[in-house]
Design a protein around this ligand. Structure first.
Ligand SMILES: *[C@@H]1O[C@H](CO)[C@@H](O)[C@H](O)[C@H]1NC(C)=O
Ligand SMILES: *[C@@H]1O[C@H](CO)[C@@H](O)[C@H](O)[C@H]1NC(C)=O
Length: 624
């Protein structure tokens, strides 16, 4: 921005504020040992020991468990939220029960009372009776979940402060009941610490597949993430051809995405990027913008976004803009034009249709230091428009309260929200970044390691071999270069260190075992629950397998040298080099910044395999 060229943009997949949204769990399966006993001494257990991810803010085991494997009445009042009711039905059915829906209590069987206070006074009254407090005063999307007897009837209460809160209560129930025929005696109060939680598909390269997006919306709903921002840089109808409407298959797919997002209580946010050739003052372009938005609004989208990142900053694209906003003040011409256009969309279209406030990312979207563009943009912009920002850098290792407060002042806004470019790889397509989210913008009950462990369990599924393989694979992709201290394949590094230290004494068992496991990676990962993950990482899992084979030959070469068998050593070294050669194949397919096909060799192991090769080669060549 300051040099007058377009900002280098590496924007991509973003974990927005993942505050209440960590998928994660404990190494041992805590659910296996839980039966439906009574607990009379209400006592706190660590929130993440209940197998609910993210862990609720407050959760206590108390009173008796309730079985759901008989007749269960779902008492709804006026609650009509289909995703919530069908989720509860599924929970009851998978616990072995028979669910019936009724607007009022029936006095029969076990009951699940669900809804907000306004929709279902039975649920709010029961929450009050069982816990002393209904959900009324909680922050948006909060809920109370409680079990106990209400009017003598065994009851589970799912009382949301709003509709989404009730849905989240049902998601918590799902995890509490998982693997059991009922729910333990529980009282929980939960609420998100951040209002926007989810991801932004805003990277360069091949966009996510339709199937990947659908899978993600389910996962977001299960883990209380409420936002998906659709803005892949390589959807031409968002950028280069933004004025054209969607049609045919593209439109059908968008409809399915919006429906699936809505069914999982995820706000599908449509983000247009017209800035490469937009004429800010043009009536035609304003009309084209709202015509495009109208098309998405017809599909059920409620939230809209105009992205102004990664656009040329050397001038306008039409004479009318040049006339209207002469280049007389440093960057004011651009900020004024952008604010004028955004304000018009907010005031003449968003407000007319009663939609959520417009969102935007400014052209200069990073840092909290003042500059003329940021100040002017924020000053001119309608105060309702929400501004997204990537922190102190394009990749920000952390976000501090001080920095957010300063950025709010710099951008003259109260609506700043964070665009986290972790773990985006469009700055290095050869890499995967599979390390835990350790940024400090997390709540008190968040535990990066526990969360990571659970995420891997969920992705892997129940097969222990598959889980072990996934853990070993993830270890090979731990280096996130934007954060200190840098970490390099820690478990592999440890085994290699041990190998060198113990080689004389015939050690190195752990390394040999790890290489055996890595050799089987492609096959084991293909059996993961989340099949799409295995498919997406195939170039890297294959390269890891090839490196493992190479390293096995290097180990055999070293043994042959120790035994004085030079012929065998030569042979093994040759085999090793042949496997290393295979890792250099460009199997990662992507697109360059112009959208043309491009490919890279996968980079796996954080450089640790290469070091081992170097050290082994030094021994082979007699210099080690
Ligand atoms: C833009 O749309 C409005 C409302 O539909 C219409 O009145 C106006 O003529 C359009 N302007 C142009 C330049 O097409
Ligand atoms: C945030 O990251 C920066 C850059 O790595 C570092 O200098 C700073 O100490 C970090 N601050 C906190 C609070 O972690």
């Amino acid at each position: 921005m300051h040099t007058g060229q377009s900002i280098v943009c590496l924007s991509a997949l973003v974990a927005l504020c993942l505050e209440s949204a960590k998928a994660a769990v404990v190494t041992s399966n805590p659910q296996a040992s839980v039966d439906l006993k009574c607990r009379h001494d209400a006592r706190d257990i660590q929130p993440h020991h209940f197998g609910v991810w993210p862990p609720p803010q407050e959760i206590t085991e108390t009173g008796c468990g309730i079985r759901l494997n008989g007749d269960v009445t779902i008492v709804t009042g006026d609650t009509a939220d289909e995703p919530t009711i069908s989720l509860i039905k599924t929970i009851v059915t998978s616990a072995g029960g028979k669910a019936t829906v009724s607007t009022k209590p029936t006095g029969k069987g076990t009951q699940i009372l669900v809804g907000t206070g306004a929709e279902n006074s039975f649920a709010a009254d029961a929450a009050q009776e069982l816990t002393g407090q209904a959900a009324t005063d909680l922050d948006a999307e909060g809920y109370v979940l409680a079990t106990g007897k209400v009017d003598g009837q065994l009851s589970v209460v799912l009382n949301g402060v709003d509709t989404r809160g009730a849905f989240y209560a049902a998601q918590t129930l799902r995890q509490l009941v998982d693997d059991r025929s009922g729910v333990p005696g529980i009282q929980a109060r939960d609420w998100p610490l951040m209002p926007v939680r989810g991801s932004i598909e805003g990277f360069y390269g091949i966009p996510w597949s339709h199937e990947a997006r659908l899978d993600q919306f389910v996962l977001y709903g299960q883990h209380k993430m409420n936002t998906y921002i659709y803005t892949p840089k390589d959807d031409e109808l968002l950028r280069r051809r933004w004025r054209e409407l969607y049609e045919g298959d593209d439109l059908d797919k968008l409809q399915e995405l919006v429906d699936t997002a809505n069914a999982n209580h995820v706000d599908f946010t449509f983000a247009l990027s017209p800035g490469n050739d937009l004429c800010y003052s043009s009536e035609d372009d304003f009309n084209a913008t709202v015509a495009k938005f109208d098309q998405l609004r017809d599909l059920g989208v409620q939230r809209f976004y105009i992205a102004l990142d990664d656009i040329p900053t050397d001038g306008f694209h039409c004479d009318s803009d040049d006339d209207k906003w002469p280049h007389d003040q440093e960057w004011h011409w651009l900020a004024d034009a952008q604010a004028c256009y955004l304000n018009r969309v907010q005031q003449e279209w968003i407000e007319k249709h009663g939609l959520d406030a417009l969102e935007t990312v400014p052209t200069n979207y990073a840092g909290s230091q003042p500059d003329p563009y940021k100040d002017r943009f924020g000053t001119q912009l309608d105060k309702k428009v929400r501004i997204q920002w990537t922190g102190e850098g394009v990749f920000s290792p952390n976000v501090t309260v001080e920095s957010v407060v300063r950025a709010g002042e710099t951008y003259v806004t109260d609506t700043l929200f964070f665009w986290d470019n972790f773990p985006v790889n469009d700055g290095d397509f050869s890499r995967l970044f599979l390390n835990p989210l350790t940024e400090p913008a997390n709540g008190p009950v968040y535990d990066a390691k526990a969360s990571m462990d659970e995420a891997l369990r969920e992705l892997a599924g129940r097969d222990e071999d598959v889980h072990e393989a996934l853990v070993a694979f993830v270890d090979l992709n731990q280096n996130w270069p934007y954060r200190e201290p840098e970490i390099f394949a820690p478990a592999l590094s440890k085994d290699i260190q041990e190998f060198w230290a113990a080689r004389e004494k015939g050690g190195g068992g752990p390394l040999r075992e790890r290489l055996q496991l890595l050799m089987k990676l492609p096959e084991l990962l293909s059996r993961m629950d989340m099949k799409g993950f295995a498919t997406d990482v195939e170039p890297w899992s294959t390269a890891a397998m090839q490196w493992a084979k190479a390293c096995q030959h290097l180990v055999a070469m070293l043994e042959a040298l120790d035994e004085g068998d030079k012929t065998k050593a030569d042979e093994e070294y040759g085999e090793a080099k042949a496997w290393v050669k295979k890792t250099e194949e460009k199997t990662v397919e992507t697109l360059d910044r112009e959208g043309n096909p491009d490919s890279y060799a996968p980079n796996v192991g954080d450089g640790v395999f290469e070091s081992f090769l170097g050290d082994a080669t030094a021994v082979y060549e007699g210099t080690g």
